[in-house]
Ligand binder design. Sequence first.
Ligand code: T5A
Length: 211
Amino acid sequence: MARGRFIAFEGGEGSGKSTQARLLADALAARGFAIELTREPGGTPGAEAIRGLLLDPPGEGWGAQAEALLFAAARADHVARRIRPALDAGRWVVCDRFVDSSRAYQGGAGGVGDNAVRALHAIGSGGLRPDLTLLIAIDPGLAAERLEVRDGGAADAIGGRGQSYHGKVAEAFARFAEDESASIVTIDGSGSPDEVHTRVLEALAPLIGSV
Ligand code: T5A
């Protein structure tokens, strides 16, 4: 059986990743592909439990290294128990965030460093990379407006960090897309969900055939 394909969505909070992941999963299912739609942190019972610890941490919260290790642990479980089995069974995996989030947030903005995050990923998840990563890029003001409408100003422990932290996250994502352009494609996230979805399908055309 042919191995499935692995597609990841990346970007800042409110850029529209979850919306686009759902639209893509539906579009691929309509074309007859078997789909596994999942997210990080999370995707398995263990990783969802770690998600709770990360986004609503006990006590004074996690230091940068502990946070990076927890993301790597959640991902290791997700990869071993859900992503690899799905790919081996010929299913296409559509994942809302993956290791490039750890590289941008913990590695870049958190100061842990790209090499350290990659090393954790090598240990935890065998260095698995998506076949294609779609980086949804939007103006931070537009993302903030969307989140205000949805969440009314409430944010989790990581989303609520300051502008300087999120600016470094955005810079790191942009650098990865520039340096790794064969596997990370930037998608303009402005416009309606359907307009963005059309751009996503265009970017995926080499993998799925005509759009
Ligand atoms: N994190 C995660 C790390 O630090 N390291 C890691 O390794 C990983 C995996 C996850 C947090 O963890 C951090 C990053 C995050 O801070 P989360 O709650 O899963 O927390 O946060 P996000 O992944 O950022 O999810 P969000 O829901 O906040 O953002 P999305 O998924 O980008 O946006 P989405 O699709 O939910 O849309 C937001 C709102 O905008 C609307 C939607 O309906 C929704 O209300 N919308 C649009 N409105 C108009 N036009 C469009 N085109 C729209 N698209 C969506």
